[in-house]
Design a protein around this ligand. Structure first.
Ligand code: ZN
Length: 134
């Protein structure tokens, strides 16, 4: 068994942005078979697996903004005014652990891996890839 680590750096350009990182992850996978943990090191972002269809990506943004109301005085806003971004991240996940087969992500036909920016634009968002396998 081997363990390998790599990183993806991303600059985001919008406050809310869903970025497909599937091909970047595949380029950096350095094991043949096993699992890869894809982890965002930020509390106002997320990593998710879903379908890369533009209407669906709009629907995800719409749904998250409806779940987290703007009409509330959040306690965290007294610190840096981004409670909504943290709460959207809380509803999603900071990581996904996915299977690797023959050196690539073993995803379903309609699945992609996304980095979700929830408090952008930001420079140097970091995703850590931890690969365990052979
Ligand atoms: Zn904050």
């Amino acid at each position: 068994m081997i363990v390998k680590t790599n990183f993806i750096k991303i600059n985001t350009s919008k406050n809310f942005e869903i970025i497909d990182v599937t091909s970047k992850v595949n380029e950096l996978i350095d094991i043949e078979n096993g699992i890869v943990s894809i982890f965002s090191k930020h509390s106002t972002s997320a990593i998710v697996v879903n379908e890369n269809e533009s209407g669906l990506l709009d629907d995800i943004e719409f749904t998250l903004s409806n779940l987290i109301t703007d009409n509330y005085s959040y306690s965290h806003d007294r610190i840096d005014n981004n409670a909504r971004s943290h709460l959207k991240s809380f509803l999603l996940s900071s990581s996904e652990c996915l299977p690797v087969k023959n050196g690539k992500l073993d995803l379903g036909t309609w699945q992609s891996v996304f980095f979700v920016e929830l408090d952008g634009p930001r420079r140097s968002r970091t995703i850590t890839l931890t690969m365990v396998g052979e």
